[in-house]
Design a protein around this ligand. Structure first.
Ligand SMILES: [Zn+2]
Length: 121
């Protein structure tokens, strides 16, 4: 069995958990260690709560919890599709996983990290 499909199955299972259980105020869900240690938000803070809201089609609430996560769903979907189809469409994979795109994504994440701690987003 291809590991990519195994990862996809794990993602579907996790989505089911986040659909059924709201991480807001639930002690079973992990807290962000970066936030606990520094009192600063990491780029992923609010992602669990945002995911729960997304799965219930509360897009504005999800955006409020983590705007980067919600905004990056098309990009993440494209990256995953390129992974799944890399054998069939290697040129598509190489264009998607170009160093320029990866560096741009990293820059966006760092920029988001700074903005949310400077302005409390
Ligand atoms: Zn965090």
């Amino acid at each position: 069995m291809n590991y990519k499909w195994f990862i996809g199955g794990g993602v579907v299972l996790l989505l089911g958990v986040y659909f059924l259980y709201n991480p807001a105020g639930n002690p079973l869900f992990p807290k962000c260690p970066f936030l606990q240690l520094t009192q600063l938000r990491c780029p992923g803070c609010g992602s669990q709560r945002a995911l729960h809201q997304l799965l219930h089609f509360n897009f504005l609430e999800a955006f409020r919890y983590n705007a980067l996560l919600v905004s990056s769903i098309p990009v993440l979907s494209l990256l995953y599709a390129a992974q799944l189809l890399c054998n069939k469409y290697p040129r598509f994979y190489n264009k998607i996983y170009s160093p320029i795109l990866i560096w741009c994504l990293l820059a966006i994440i760092v920029f988001w990290w700074l903005l949310r701690n400077l302005f409390g987003w």
